[in-house]
Ligand binder design. Structure first.
Ligand code: NDP
Ligand code: 8X3
Length: 251
């Protein structure tokens, strides 16, 4: 029987690449995001190319009611979720503390922290009932070190780091694995979103070196999800070869 994975933020970047990787390996995929058109395109393409079922779910992870209602009402055949990838997230702006925009802060905290918690809380009963499951949280090197003008984004990713540790402890009795993957700079739509559509600023982030690609994170996610039942990668920091940490990048 095919296994089932739920990926949040599957319309772009890491989430999309993770979806294609698992679908190609025969996993049924529940894919989520706000952009319904992209979710439906991906669904059609996957169902055409692979022998898998795909369930697209359109919701904003910040909307607690939508998250809870949608996931609680999953059709029975979709409830046996083997892997949840909490990937939906973003940075907005890169401004010093005194200049940063409060709406940007709210959006980052609400999406990266509260959204991740809402989705997990809604999916968990399906895992605790079966006493099996794997939660993979996409953190960041920004969750390990704080860099200048990173304030709320770094705080949100430090929270993902802490929440992953907390989940790992609390979920021990259920045999649920919790993995946090912390990527460094990766070339996705991340910087276009962060710099609010300013391509020049976004492209400059990746100038002069080969950043991580979405497919790299998909490979790593697949590897962590397909280890023997008794093995769990707890915490994984990954950067491209040109990056040592948040501060040192060789261009
Ligand atoms: P992308 O912008 O390419 O993808 C982000 C995804 O998150 C999209 O599918 C988007 O879907 C979804 N998303 C954002 N906000 C919401 C929301 N409120 N509700 C539902 N879905 C949402 O960026 P990445 O693939 O790079 O980012 C994925 C994750 O990886 C994020 O958590 C990011 O912080 C993290 N990360 C990124 C790094 C990088 O350098 N790229 C490095 C380290 C971590 P939609 O817009 O359709 O809702
Ligand atoms: C994304 C990587 O360095 O922009 O989480 O924070 S960074």
């Amino acid at each position: 029987m095919n296994k089932t994975i739920l990926i949040t933020g599957a319309t772009s970047g890491f989430g999309k690449a993770i979806t294609y990787k698992f679908a190609a390996a025969g996993w049924n995929c529940i894919i989520t995001g706000r952009r319904a058109d992209r979710l439906h395109e991906i669904t059609a393409e996957l169902e055409k190319n692979y022998s898998v079922k795909v369930l697209p779910l359109v919701f904003d992870v910040r909307d607690r009611k939508a998250v809870t209602d949608t996931l609680t009402a999953l059709p029975q055949e979709w409830k046996a979720i083997d892997v949840l990838v909490n990937n939906a997230g973003l940075a907005l702006g890169r401004d010093s503390f005194e200049n940063a925009n409060l709406d940007d802060w709210d959006t980052m905290i609400d999406t990266n922290v509260k959204g991740l918690m809402y989705v997990t809380k809604a999916v968990l009963p399906f895992m605790t009932d079966r006493k099996t499951g794997h939660i993979i949280n996409i953190g960041s090197t920004a969750g390990k070190e704080v860099y200048k003008d990173g304030n709320a984004y770094c705080a949100s990713k430090h929270a993902v780091d802490a929440i992953s540790k907390a989940m790992r402890i609390d979920l021990l009795p259920y045999g649920i694995k919790v993995t946090a993957i912390h990527p460094g700079a990766a070339e996705t739509e991340f910087s276009i979103v962060r710099f609010k559509g300013d391509d020049t600023k976004a492209n400059a982030v990746y100038d002069g070196y080969k950043a991580l690609q979405a497919e790299d994170i998909a490979e790593i996610t697949y590897y962590t999800a397909t280890l023997p039942t008794h093995v769990c990668i707890n915490d994984l920091v990954v950067t491209c070869v040109s990056q040592a940490n948040s501060f040192y990048l060789h261009r």
